[in-house]
Write a protein that binds this ligand. Structure first.
Ligand code: GLA
Length: 730
C-alpha cells in the first residue's frame, strides 16, 4: 500500500520507491506537512516541529491563547491567505474582494486505488500500474461552506507523487479566488539550492543554479504560455548535489499557460515552495455549486543525484503522461522545408526536396508555414486555412499523393490559435480576436490571438482542423504558436471576469487538442511555439515531441538540450540538421557534428537537400542509417549528461544506455581547440559493472569504462565531434 492513514497519530504517510511524504492532522484540525525526503518508516514526524513563543507570530482562530502555536512558522500542507501566515501562500480567496480570508480545517479523507483525473486538464494516468493510489483530503472553511480537496496520486514504483487541488463553493455567496496554487511544499530545513531553466527565443532552458537566500525567489511566466524565458520545472536540492550524489527533488507543473513557482526562505530558515497558475492577472469567481480545479504538478525525490532524478522523471513521463501511440512506434525521420525555403516555395520545389529526401532514406516531408490563405510573409493569412493552390500549382491532395508515391509520409504546419488582421477570418469575425475594445492592439509577429475562451471559436478551430485533415493524407502536424499573450480581453466575457480569460484560453486550447488527439490518434503531433516556447509537461499529454528551439546551431543546441533533459524525456526533443553558416548565429560546424547533435532527439533535416554536396548526401545517408539502427537506444535509453556545457568549455559529452545495460552510446562535441592539448578523458555511466563491452574491436569491462573512462580522440577541426556505440558482449 503506497498510502497509509494512522488513525492514532492522525498521519497520512505516502511511500514511493525512493521517498516518503507525510501529512498530519493536528489537534486544531490544521493540516501540517511533517516530512518529505528519503524513504523512511511511518513514525509520526510531527516531533520535528518545535512550538515556541516567537514574537510577532500570531495565532489562528480557536487557538488564540497558545502563543507557541502559529501558522507563521508551522510547516503546512496548503496554506491560506489571512490566517496569520505571512509567507507566500497556496490559496487566496474570500467572499469579498478586499479581504480574502479562509481558515481551512480537516473535514474528511478518502484513499482509493487508481489515479484521480482532472477533466479538461492534462494529468498523469495509472495505465497498467495497479499499485497507483489516490489520497483525497477534504478541508472546509471554519465559517463558510467552502471546501478544498487536496489530491495526491502516488506512483510508488515510478517514484512520483502528483498533486492538485479542487476548490468548491457550496455556500450562497460567490467565492472570489485571487490565487490557487497546485501545491505547496514546506521544507523545515533550509540550505537549499534551486535550479531553474531560463532562456529566450532561440536560447531556451539554460541551466541556472542558485543558493536560496531569505526572501522570495520567483520563476514564472506572465506570457500566457509557459514561455521561452522561464520553464515550469525546478529542482530543489541540497547544496553540492551532483549528477550522481545528493538529495534533490524535481517539481514540474502540467500547465501551458502563465505559471508561477515561488520559493521563500523564511525568518527561521525554512523553505516553502508553491507552484501553480500565475496569480498576476488571475481572478476566478465561483458561484454556488461551482468548483475550480488547479492544474496538476508532479514531484519526484531521490538521494542519488540528478541523473537518477531526471531518468526517473523522464521514464514516468514516458509511461504515465505521454499518450500518443507514437511513443512506442518508430517515428519518421523527416525533412522540414522551413529553413530550406521559408515562405518562398512552389509545389515543384517541395517535390524536389521530397525526392532528394527519399534518395537519402528519410521517411517524411513536412510542409511548414506559407501553404494557406494569403501567406507569403508573416504579416497576413493566419486564420484562413484554405490551401493556396496557386502557390502549390496543384491541390494539397495532389501534392501529398505525389509525396506518398515517392515513398514518403507527409506532415503539415498549422498555427490554429492565431489570426492575422489581414485575413478573411478577421474581416468576418473581428470580435474573435482578444483585443481591448477601443485600443490599438498589442501585436506580436504582426498577429493577434483568437479568443479560445469562446465556445464558438473552439468549435471553429476544431472544424478548421477537421477540414484540413479530410482533404489529404496528412500523417503529422506541427502545431505552432508564435507570440506571447498580452492585453487580454474577451468580448464574450463580462468586464468583471476578464481575470478568468487567460486560464479559459488554456482550457480552450486543451479542448481543441483533446479533439485532435481523440479523433486522429494515428497522427503524430509536434508541439512548437517559436521553437520551445511552450515546452511543458502539460503539452506532453497531447504531443509526444516538441520543436526544441528555433536555434538549429549544433553548439548552442548543446546547452538547450542539456537544460531540457533535466525536465523532459529526450525522445520529446525535436532536433534537425540545418545548413551552415547557421541561419540564427552564422556559425559553421562540421556536418558530422550537426548530425550527432540532432540525434539527441527526434531526428530530421531542415535545409535545401538539393544544395547539399555529394559528400554531404553520403554523410546524411549514413547518419539516417545510424539513427534508425540505434533508434531504440536514442528513444528509450537512460540519458546521462557526462559533462556540463556550462562548466566544461573543452567538450560536451552525453550518453544513452539501454535500461538493461546491453547497449550504450557516447557522443562528444568539442567546443574549443588548443595548441599542445592535454589528453581528454570521459567516463561512461550506467553500464553493467562486470559486463564486457566491445569498443572499436577492443574489450573493456563496464567498470573500466565507468571508472577509468576512455581517452577521446584529438579534435581535428573546430567543433569536431566523436560518437561511439558499444554493445555488451559478455
Ligand atoms: C516558428 C517555428 C518555426 C517555423 C516558423 C514558421 O518560428 O518555430 O520552426 O515553423 O514559425 O513561421
Amino acid at each position: 500500500m503506497a498510502i497509509r492513514f494512522d488513525s492514532k497519530s492522525k498521519t497520512f504517510t505516502m511511500h514511493t520507491s525512493k521517498s516518503t511524504y507525510q501529512i498530519k492532522i493536528d489537534d486544531q484540525n490544521v493540516l501540517l506537512h511533517t516530512y518529505f525526503g528519503s524513504r523512511t518508516d511511518e513514525s509520526d514526524f510531527s516531533y520535528r516541529i518545535v512550538p515556541d513563543d516567537h514574537g510577532f507570530c500570531s495565532q489562528p482562530a480557536e487557538n488564540a491563547w497558545d502563543r507557541t502555536y502559529s501558522l507563521d512558522f508551522y510547516p503546512q500542507e496548503y496554506s491560506v491567505h489571512g490566517n496569520g501566515d505571512f509567507r507566500i501562500k497556496a490559496l487566496r480567496a474570500g467572499l469579498s474582494d478586499g479581504v480574502p480570508a479562509l481558515d481551512l480545517r480537516y473535514d474528511s479523507h478518502r484513499i482509493t486505488d487508481g489515479k484521480y483525473g482532472l477533466p479538461g486538464l492534462p494529468a498523469f494516468f495509472a495505465g497498467k500500474d495497479d499499485s497507483v493510489q489516490t489520497l483525497e483530503i477534504i478541508l472546509k472553511d471554519l465559517y463558510e461552506e467552502v471546501y478544498v480537496s487536496l489530491l495526491y496520486g502516488v506512483f510508488e514504483e515510478k517514484n512520483i507523487i502528483t498533486r492538485a487541488a479542487i476548490i468548491e463553493n457550496r455556500g450562497e455567496n460567490p467565492l472570489k479566488i485571487r490565487r490557487a496554487m497546485s501545491m505547496e511544499l514546506d521544507f523545515m530545513d533550509g540550505e537549499k539550492e534551486l535550479i531553474s531553466f531560463p532562456g529566450k527565443h532561440t536560447g531556451e532552458r539554460q541551466f541556472d543554479r542558485r543558493t536560496l537566500h531569505h526572501g522570495i525567489t520567483e520563476i514564472s511566466s506572465t506570457r500566457g504560455t509557459s514561455s521561452h524565458q522561464q520553464n515550469p520545472v525546478v529542482i530543489i536540492c541540497d547544496k553540492g548535489t551532483t549528477e550522481s550524489y545528493g538529495a534533490c527533488c524535481a517539481i514540474s507543473l502540467l500547465y501551458s499557460g502563465s505559471f508561477q513557482i515561488q520559493a521563500e526562505m523564511d525568518q527561521f530558515d525554512s523553505v516553502r515552495i508553491v507552484c501553480g497558475i500565475n496569480d498576476d492577472e488571475f481572478r476566478w469567481i465561483l458561484a454556488k455549486g461551482e468548483s475550480f480545479a488547479t492544474p496538476e504538478t508532479v514531484i519526484s525525490y531521490t538521494d542519488n543525484g540528478f541523473s537518477d532524478l531526471t531518468n526517473g522523471l523522464q521514464d514516468a513521463m514516458w509511461s504515465n503522461l505521454i499518450r500518443s501511440v507514437w511513443k512506442n512506434r518508430k517515428r519518421p525521420t523527416l525533412v522540414n522545408n522551413w529553413e530550406a525555403t521559408y515562405f518562398n516555395f512552389t509545389g515543384e520545389k517541395l517535390l524536389q526536396i521530397a525526392s532528394q529526401a527519399a534518395e537519402i532514406g528519410l521517411d517524411m516531408l513536412v510542409l511548414d508555414d506559407g501553404w494557406f490563405g494569403k501567406r507569403d510573409d508573416d504579416n497576413s493569412g493566419l486564420g484562413d486555412w484554405g490551401v493556396n493552390e496557386k502557390k502549390l500549382g496543384c491541390t494539397l491532395k495532389e501534392l501529398v499523393d505525389q509525396v506518398n508515391r515517392l515513398g514518403l509520409k507527409f506532415g503539415i504546419w498549422i498555427e490554429p490559435e492565431m489570426i492575422s488582421e489581414d485575413s478573411d477570418l478577421y474581416r468576418e469575425h473581428p470580435e474573435w480576436a482578444m483585443v481591448i475594445p477601443g485600443r490599438d492592439p498589442i501585436r506580436g509577429r504582426n498577429q493577434l490571438i483568437l479568443d479560445l475562451s469562446r465556445a464558438e471559436v473552439i468549435e471553429y478551430m476544431k472544424q478548421a482542423i477537421d477540414r484540413l485533415l479530410s482533404i489529404a493524407h496528412i500523417e503529422y502536424i506541427k502545431w505552432d504558436m508564435n507570440r506571447s499573450v498580452d492585453n487580454v480581453f474577451s468580448a464574450a466575457n463580462p468586464h468583471l471576469s476578464q481575470g478568468a480569460v487567460r486560464h479559459k484560453y488554456v482550457l480552450g486550447l486543451y479542448d481543441v487538442m483533446e479533439h485532435v488527439v481523440t479523433n486522429y490518434p494515428e497522427i503524430l503531433i509536434e508541439g512548437c511555439s517559436g521553437g520551445g516556447g511552450r515546452y511543458d509537461a502539460g503539452m506532453l499529454y497531447y504531443v509526444p515531441q516538441i520543436w526544441c528551439s528555433d536555434n538549429t546551431d549544433a553548439i548552442e543546441r548543446l546547452r538547450i538540450h542539456y537544460g531540457t533533459s533535466f525536465g523532459y524525456p529526450m525522445s520529446t526533443v525535436s532536433a534537425h540538421v540545418s545548413v551552415c553558416p547557421n541561419h540564427q548565429n552564422g556559425r559553421t560546424t562540421p556536418f558530422k557534428t550537426r548530425g550527432i547533435c540532432a540525434m539527441q532527439g527526434s531526428f530530421g533535416y531542415e535545409l535545401d537537400l538539393g544544395k547539399m554536396t555529394e559528400e554531404e548526401m553520403e554523410e546524411a545517408r549514413e547518419q539516417i542509417a545510424l539513427y534508425n539502427k540505434h533508434y531504440e537506444l536514442f528513444q528509450r535509453g537512460d540519458y546521462y549528461r557526462l559533462t556540463s556545457p556550462m562548466d566544461n568549455h573543452d567538450f560536451t559529452a552525453w550518453s544513452y544506455v539501454l535500461p538493461d545495460g546491453s547497449k550504450a552510446s557516447l557522443s562528444v562535441v568539442y567546443t574549443d581547440l588548443h595548441a599542445n592539448p592535454k589528453p581528454l578523458r570521459v567516463k561512461w555511466k550506467g553500464l553493467v559493472k562486470d559486463g564486457v563491452y566491445d569498443l572499436d574491436g577492443k574489450e573493456y569491462t563496464g567498470t573500466a569504462l565507468m571508472q577509468g573512462g576512455i581517452v577521446l580522440p584529438k579534435p581535428q577541426c573546430n567543433y569536431d565531434s566523436y560518437m561511439a556505440v558499444i554493445e555488451r558482449i559478455k
